[in-house]
Each structure stands twice: as C-alpha cells, then as structure tokens.
Design a protein. Structure first.
Length: 143
C-alpha cells in the first residue's frame, strides 16, 4: 500500500473531529449536518441560520479546495436518477425521524456517550449491513 493512501482519510477524519469539537466549544451545540442543513435552509421554523449557512459553506468549500489542490474526484454514478432521488428522500426522512444523522449521532453523540446516539448509530450500521446483504443477495453477488 502506498503511504499516502491512508493519509487523506486520516486528515479528513481529524478535520471532522476538530470542526465538531470547535463547534461544540464555540456554540455549545452539537454539529449534526442534517440539523445544520435544515437551519441553513430555514426548515426549522426559526428562519435562515447564518451559522448553518457558514457551516455548510465550509463543507462545500473544503470539498472544493480538496478537489482543486489534492486531486480531482473520480465520481461514477451507477444508478438511475429516480432511484437516487428516492434514496435521498428516504435518508432525509430517516434523519428527521431519528432526530439526527450519522455526523450528529455517530461523531458527536458517541463522543459524548449519549445512549440515544449509541442506539441510533447501531441502528444505522445494522440497517446498512442488512441493505448491503439484501442487495448483494438479489443481484447475484452472493451465491
């Protein structure tokens, strides 16, 4: 394995942890992407959040910087657009139903040893594993 292959994910994980910690220290709030996205777009009922817009802008800006200076991402869409839209809507519904997403529960909630986040993260992981198994079973990848 090339030494650089593990460096980018490690740096990305450190930056995610750093940004979540700084967000908690500076605002006293948990940095969940779904909640910040809802606040940035005005879906929380409190109007548009400048802080949410800034956080989302930082995420998009970081991706832009990484793709410009590090390497061009190799994105390959292998599914149909309607299927992607349905999947996106289901994920969005799930984050609202679960009162958070993998970043809020998985990164911030587990770090705080929140029982609700532990259950939510275990549920995310179990459903993901079951989905992969079922898709592979029906696609013929598992004999």
């Amino acid at each position: 394995m090339n030494d650089i292959n593990y460096l980018w994910p490690l740096m990305g994980g450190l930056l995610i942890g750093l940004s979540a910690g700084l967000y908690l220290l500076t605002t006293g709030r948990i940095a969940g992407i779904s909640g910040l996205a809802a606040a940035a777009t005005g879906l929380t009922g409190a109007g548009f959040s400048k802080l949410g817009l800034g956080f989302l802008g930082g995420i998009l800006g970081g991706a832009l910087v990484a793709s410009t200076f590090v390497r061009e991402p190799n994105i390959e869409v292998t599914s149909s657009v309607p299927l992607l839209l349905v999947g996106g809507l289901l994920v969005g519904f799930g984050t609202r139903l679960g009162s958070g997403c993998t970043s809020g529960h998985g990164v911030c909630g587990l770090a705080r040893l929140s029982p609700r986040s532990i259950v939510a993260t275990l549920t995310f992981m179990a459903v993901a594993a079951a989905t992969v198994f079922i898709v592979r079973l029906f696609s013929g990848a598992i004999a």
